[in-house]
Design a protein around this ligand. Sequence first.
Ligand code: AN7
Length: 363
Amino acid sequence: MSITNLFGKKSGAHQWQGVINEYRKWLPVTEQTPVITLREGGTPLVHAEYFSKLLGNEVWLKVEGVNPTGSFKDRGMTMAISKAAEDGAKAVICASTGNTSASAAAYATKAGMKPVVLVPQGKIAMGKLAQAIAHGAVLLQVKGNFDDCLTLAKELSENYPVSLVNSVNPFRIEGQKTAAFEVVDMLKTAPDIHVMPVGNAGNITAYWKGYQEYKAAGMVRNLPMMWGFQAAGAAPIVKNKIVKNPETIATAIRIGNPASWDQAVAAQVGSKGLIDSVTDKEILSAYRLVAAKEGVFIEPSSAAGLAGLIKKKEQRKLPKGQVIVVTVTGNGLKDVQWVLNSAGKPIVIPVDLKRAAKVIGLK
Ligand code: AN7
């Protein structure tokens, strides 16, 4: 499809259309559905040379931080907001650890709706908080954790005229499954293993649905094993028990009672995969490594998958020679304190060529 500019002239450039128009026939939309899009999806699948060598596998990063609001949530949000618009919704609500609220705020605003977001007070990254404010959301900071926020958001949507756009909204999963399509379209096969962080468990549910649909339609022959990693202090699925007070520095996945718990287990069992946990230390180490070695800056929570692979390798439980896709879910710019906290003293110099060269170590 070509682009028509404001003056009615056709541009020759191709622009990615966003996940609804790119994957329309796989999604529950009709000609009547207004497409609310910020051209999400079409994200890079980047070959990870360092991790491939380190892990003895062919490792690819699905870099979801380049989506319009900086996380994979935009894929589901374009669907949820478009369907809410089709229904005539005037306001949408969500609970969030940060990224869903940023995405909901942007897409609702684009649709001319009022976004209402509930976040755990003091437990979301500043960049995400700023996004909700910038896009004009009604921002409620709740004295509780994400699970409390979700309960409250659900109750509000059941009792008042406001649509819930958390991933319990099935349209969110529909939109998010397009990431699996993109992986197959790019690799011309499904990976042997697909790895990602698990919080509310919507994403692992969505990828598994996408891979299965592509296989059923003959678009791909194989299915990957789904490997999910929770933070050790917020690992209800691993422990098979609700975590009342989840704690982790990876605030995006600080969730004790995931909404898509059963579906995540179904993905794990159905794909002969696994759901395991990684410590905050392991998460931060992988977080630093991927930025320093691959040039891909992600947020700490997004590193849980890579941390998990390193852990499996250390446990000698990682196969070799496999094609592994790791979804890195959110942009590093959302949460920069983890870099700045451990940065050395800044180097300040006068405007002086010799001094600059000396400090750099140039001779
Ligand atoms: C960067 O924004 O739950 O397992 O409210 O922001 O599908 O929940 C975010 C989750 C991984 C976990 N990485 O995905 C929210 C929220 C990042 C995230 C996850 C989230 P799910």
